[in-house]
Design a protein around this ligand. Structure first.
Ligand SMILES: Nc1ncnc2c1ncn2[C@@H]1O[C@H](COP(=O)(O)OP(=O)(O)OP(=O)(O)O)[C@@H](O)[C@H]1O
Ligand SMILES: [Mg+2]
Length: 244
């Protein structure tokens, strides 16, 4: 049975009095890959920031595993936030080695250093970054930074992994590698994944579910197959057809 991991109800979010997100109803499902689509400035990153509790919506409710994440105590919020990882559109690494960057979140979670070492080595290997472990993050290429940020997120084994345009800066070979990695993770671990992308072909290669935003509103959402084969809205047809 498909279970909702995140539920948005009557969510509205404003910047400087301007409504940028207006979502009466949206569910994101557990253990699925959800691809979030939409033109520039349609509210994708804003939606992700609300889900990740970096901001609180102006109005409405958001539930994570049935817990209302709005107006939580600081302690409770941190506890929930630790179950999610968001890799930003423009990730920033610490001025430290790649190894230390990937270990950072594990130290924050108070893990034993021997276990941390093992976990970091595993993740770097999995992401094919192990040869760069001792390299200073300031000396990584744009694409390597992108992959390192994902490795840092994976290391903490979150329940929800949010990737905001993770394929930016990657060449076609690395895009393919990352797609496969995400598919492997989703298959092997109980991890829910939300990905923002502008690459439509990725939807058919990766998505279980699709959410399409325009001007802060969900135009259409549902199983990827249905959205692709039987879109209900003209906008969806044009967006997927590459006209928009
Ligand atoms: N902190 C902020 N203050 C004011 N306006 C903001 C802020 N963050 C985002 N916005 C505005 O909210 C709207 C939605 O932005 P958002 O970053 O969510 O879009 P997006 O769909 O992620 O776009 P892109 O594909 O370009 O990343 C845009 O008009 C943007 O200018
Ligand atoms: Mg964005």
């Amino acid at each position: 049975m498909t279970q909702s991991l995140i539920e948005l109800r009557n969510v509205k979010h404003y910047y400087n009095g301007r409504l940028v997100l207006n979502v009466p109803y949206l569910d994101i499902f557990s253990n699925k890959i959800t691809i979030l689509l939409g033109p520039n400035a349609s509210g994708k990153s804003t939606l992700l920031r609300l889900i990740n509790m970096l901001e609180q919506p102006g109005e409405g409710n958001i539930y994570f595993k049935d817990v209302d994440i709005i107006r939580l105590s600081r302690e409770k919020r941190l506890e929930l936030q630790r179950q999610m990882v968001m890799v930003f559109q423009r990730p920033v690494l610490l001025n430290a080695t790649l190894f230390e960057n990937v270990a950072f979140g594990l130290h924050l979670r108070g893990m034993d250093s021997k276990i941390i070492e093992k976990r970091v080595e595993e993740v770097l290997k999995f992401m094919k970054l192990d040869h760069l472990a001792d390299r200073s993050a300031t000396r990584l290429s744009g694409g390597e930074v992108q992959l390192a940020a994902i490795a840092r997120g994976l290391a903490v084994n979150p329940e929800l992994l949010i990737l905001d345009e993770p394929m930016n800066n990657l060449d076609p070979r690395h895009v393919k590698l990352l797609e496969q990695t995400v598919l492997d993770i989703s298959r092997e671990r109980d991890m829910s994944i939300i990905i923002v992308t502008h690459q439509i072909p990725q939807v058919s290669r990766m998505a279980d579910e699709v959410v399409l935003l325009e001007e802060g509103e969900v135009i259409e959402s549902g199983p990827a197959e249905e959205i692709f084969n039987n879109p209900q809205k003209e906008f969806t047809r044009e967006f997927i057809g590459g006209i928009i």
